[in-house]
Ligand binder design. Structure first.
Ligand code: SF4
Ligand code: FE
Length: 483
């Protein structure tokens, strides 16, 4: 089987024996849990869409390892065309789910670990690349969802991993054995972890020789012994327990994050892809971050499309669609959203081949892409709230709407244009609330700020990649300055 159906995917997650904690309880069945199910549905969409002929070109490709048809989320990019299609696929999924569909983190980890292990082997005589290719074959043939794990808790940010008071604040090797290693630590903000089959761990920062035990990359199943996840709260999350489809805004889809704990987890040798080669930790981090900064030029744009559409629709429902300032705000939202997309496409089209043979984005343009993502979705959300009006945060609940005593008042007094029902108007306002302030706001707003690295991380990369000296020389040449 190289392509799973959505249903097969759901059943494959159901069979796993994950240790999941939420609201002070162990969750025995995450698949049918009302808070977690929408996030599973978003990942399921990456399988469902791959089955549809109209999306075959975007959602699937041919494996460079086996020659078989695979889901693009497990692809090792073979060209700039692959990089462009990746962004287009992410925009499509953002449009279809209006949330974070989680599976990109693994795809971005695959491609950074693939090229980095090749270069480690060349320099250190190790055999990580062959191991990783075998692992990728396993992932592709079973159409797995793998979560990429990078962000350590980091403790005191002024200290390197080995100088922290608590040595576990960066994930580390605590024991080396003949047949593998034992690791301890945590990875924070793990998108999609309870909807994944495997986790692929990478270091979180560039390291110096004394951080040897922290320079580690490996994969394990998410139900390996010693792995546990503590689900993060989202704004308005418990609305999902109330059973109201209107009040949640997006009843089918969502995202999830968790604090992922590795409590003395054994990793066998064939799953280790970096083990003490500190000089390559930075390369792995930089490449993963670059790919994931490219990703945001696709996924956030797709969610932005839904938000712009919702704002335009609510203007129709309010009878405000002919106002010139509303038209201008929709133009501004579109301009901002398409600017993000332009960056995603540009860093892909300008990508290049790595020594290993896979393709990587242009790092400067990918960082510019993500830097814009830390700003524009906020402005798009602000304009959507402006057009929506205050009712988006003061509207009564679905239960009141259906109440025999007060429901008729709501229907009468919260009516917009006569041709649209009050219920539809409220549905739309709840969607905008969900995207800007509710559970999806994690993915659309704050994740736009901090996901794939906070703004300052991109500014450091932009300063490194910007080549200011070249620009100085250009100015000197025009001004006829000799030295
Ligand atoms: Fe994919 Fe975007 Fe979610 Fe990252 S934030 S996993 S790129 S959908
Ligand atoms: Fe993310």
């Amino acid at each position: 089987m190289t392509l799973m159906s959505g249903e097969q995917y759901v059943e494959s997650i159901r069979k796993m024996n994950m240790q999941i904690y939420m609201f002070g309880e162990k969750i025995e069945n995450s698949v049918d849990n009302p808070i977690l199910r929408p996030s599973l549905n978003s990942v399921k969409a990456t399988y469902d869409l791959a089955q549809l002929p109209e999306y075959e070109d975007l959602m699937t490709t041919t494996s460079s390892i086996t020659g078989k048809k695979i889901n693009r989320f497990t692809n090792i990019h073979q060209s700039t065309d692959d990089l462009v299609k990746k962004v287009k696929m992410q925009r499509l999924l953002g449009q279809k789910t209006a949330s974070c569909f989680q599976r990109c983190v693994g795809m971005d980890a695959f491609n950074s670990v693939y090229s980095t292990t090749f270069e480690i082997d060349q320099s250190c005589g190790t055999n990580y690349f062959d191991r990783f290719v075998k692992y990728m074959q396993y992932v592709q043939e079973n159409d797995l969802t793998v979560d990429g794990a990078m962000t350590d808790p980091k403790g005191d940010r002024s200290l390197p991993p080995s100088k922290q008071k608590d040595p576990d604040l960066y994930l580390r090797i605590v024991e080396r054995k003949d047949d593998g290693i034992v690791v301890r630590g945590a990875k924070a903000h793990q998108t999609g972890i309870c909807n994944s089959h495997e986790v692929l761990v990478m270091p979180t920062i560039a390291m110096s020789p004394e951080d040897k035990d922290y320079a580690v990359s490996f994969s394990v199943p998410v139900d390996a012994e010693g792995v546990l996840m503590i689900i993060g709260r989202q704004s308005c999350d418990t609305r999902k327990l109330e059973g109201s489809k209107i009040d949640v805004g997006n009843s089918e889809f969502g995202g999830m994050e968790a604090l992922l704990i590795f409590d003395n987890v054994f990793v066998p040798n064939d799953r280790i892809f970096l083990n003490g080669e500190t000089e390559f930790a930075g390369m792995m981090v930089e490449r993963f971050a670059g790919y994931h900064r490219q990703s945001y030029g696709g996924c956030k744009v797709g969610v932005g499309d839904v938000l712009i559409g919702a704002a335009a629709l609510v203007a129709d429902y309010n009878g405000a669609n002919k106002a010139s300032h509303v038209k201008d705000k929709l133009i501004e939202m579109t301009h901002l959203n398409e600017t993000l997309y332009s960056c995603g496409i540009a860093c892909s089209a300008e990508g290049h081949r790595t020594k290993s043979g896979n393709y990587i984005i242009d790092l400067l343009l990918a960082n510019v892409c993500k830097q814009n993502v830390t700003r524009f979705p906020y402005e798009i959300a602000r304009l959507a709230e402006d057009i929506a009006g205050g009712l988006m945060v003061t509207a009564p609940s679905e239960k009141d709407l259906n109440d025999p005593k007060v429901g008729p008042y709501i229907k009468k007094y919260l009516q917009g244009t006569a041709d649209v029902t009050t219920e539809d108007r409220l549905r739309l306002l709840r969607l905008i609330e969900n995207l800007t302030l509710g559970t999806a706001a994690v993915g659309y707003r704050t994740e736009s700020m901090h996901g794939a690295g906070s703004p300052q991380a991109q500014r450091i990369m932009i300063s490194r990649q910007g080549n200011i000296n070249h620009k100085k020389n250009l100015a000197k040449a025009i001004a006829k300055i000799e030295n």
